[in-house]
Ligand binder design. Structure first.
Ligand code: SF4
Length: 313
């Protein structure tokens, strides 16, 4: 059996909710088909807290093997580096997580808060939050950048706010099976973070022809005015739909870039910052001079079909 323990730190519980909607595999299938013993989950375990306390003690003593440690939430280090703003039975969770991580075969950061600090670490960051092995974009968080688990892996960052259900269950399935897991430069599994949200978006054609929305609720692209980060956010939201049916952009909401280490940006999430007519943040790999030339041509070349489609009810 592979043992798995899930601990929440500074979190809203969104990743726990999201993983329950996974379908391929579902959370139940993940446990049953991969021989995973769920030692503890704060929302799903029904045993008394006494069991939880004994379990943590046994893991820290080395009496209980811990193969996979999942952390959900930012690491709170305030006040003054003690971490006591987020404590359990008088002990800083920060210290508990550090001890458990030292015993774990592999540590998985579930969600952007655990990976990079996320919402709680956004300026002015009053509780001095950080991620497990990154502090927003900077390597090194609770654990330093060179830290490695018992299986010689850095913290595996399944980023997202919340993390995509299949990014979570499929990453855990790979780890439980002992399969090699290729990570990107932010220690995110490449298989879930090598495409951008823009890929698979139903508004793509409007993007190509620079047909823009100015108000929510329309059909056209949300990149130019309404803050969409889809072309520069690595995630599978539009290629592996949530609950098999939806994504933010399909619901008319711009992508907020929640898998990125600098999420959330310190600006209006529903407005595109621009220099003149051109967005400040361009699609990944696109150069500004070329983009400006292209943009000027694209709108003029838009077929009537595309322009008219925008007008359809
Ligand atoms: S709405 Fe966002 S993800 Fe969709 S096409 Fe426009 S920029 Fe790309």
């Amino acid at each position: 059996m592979t043992t798995l323990c899930w601990i929440q730190t500074g979190a809203c519980g969104g990743d726990s909710l999201a993983i329950l909607s996974a379908q391929s595999p579902s959370f139940e299938q993940l446990l049953a088909n991969n021989g995973i013993e769920l030692l503890w989950h704060p929302s799903l375990s029904h045993r008394p807290m006494r069991h939880h306390d004994e379990l943590l003690e046994r893991i820290e003593n080395g009496e209980q093997r811990l193969d996979i440690l999942c952390i959900e939430g930012s690491i709170v280090t305030a006040p003054r580096g003690t971490g006591l703003y987020d404590s359990y039975r008088g002990r800083a969770k920060m210290a508990l997580v550090r001890n458990l991580a030292a015993r774990a075969g592999v540590v998985v950061a579930m969600g952007t808060c655990a990976a990079f600090g996320g919402v709680h670490a956004a300026p002015p960051n009053p509780s001095d939050c950080t991620g497990l092995q990154f502090d927003r974009t900077q390597p090194g968080g609770l654990l330093d950048a060179e830290w490695r688990s018992q299986r010689d892996l850095p913290v595996v960052n399944v980023a997202g706010c919340p993390a995509h259900p299949h990014a979570m269950t499929q990453t855990l399935a790979c780890l439980a099976a002992g399969l090699p897991l290729q990570l990107d430069e932010l220690n995110r599994p490449v298989m879930h973070f090598s495409t951008v949200v823009h890929q698979g978006c139903t508004r793509n054609e409007y993007h190509e022809y620079d047909i823009e929305e100015h108000q929510p609720g329309g059909r056209a692209c949300l990149f130019f005015n309404l803050g969409c980060q889809g072309p520069l956010t690595q995630a599978v939201c539009n290629s592996d739909l949530w609950n098999g049916v939806g994504s933010k952009t399909r619901a008319g909401v711009p992508c907020f870039g929640c898998t990125s280490p600098d999420f959330p940006h310190d600006n209006d999430l529903f407005r595109t910052e621009k220099i003149g007519e051109v967005p400040l943040r361009l699609p990944l790999g696109v150069e500004r001079p070329r983009y400006m030339a292209y943009k000027n041509l694209a709108r003029a070349a838009a077929p009537a079909r595309v322009r008219e489609k925008k007008m359809e009810p």
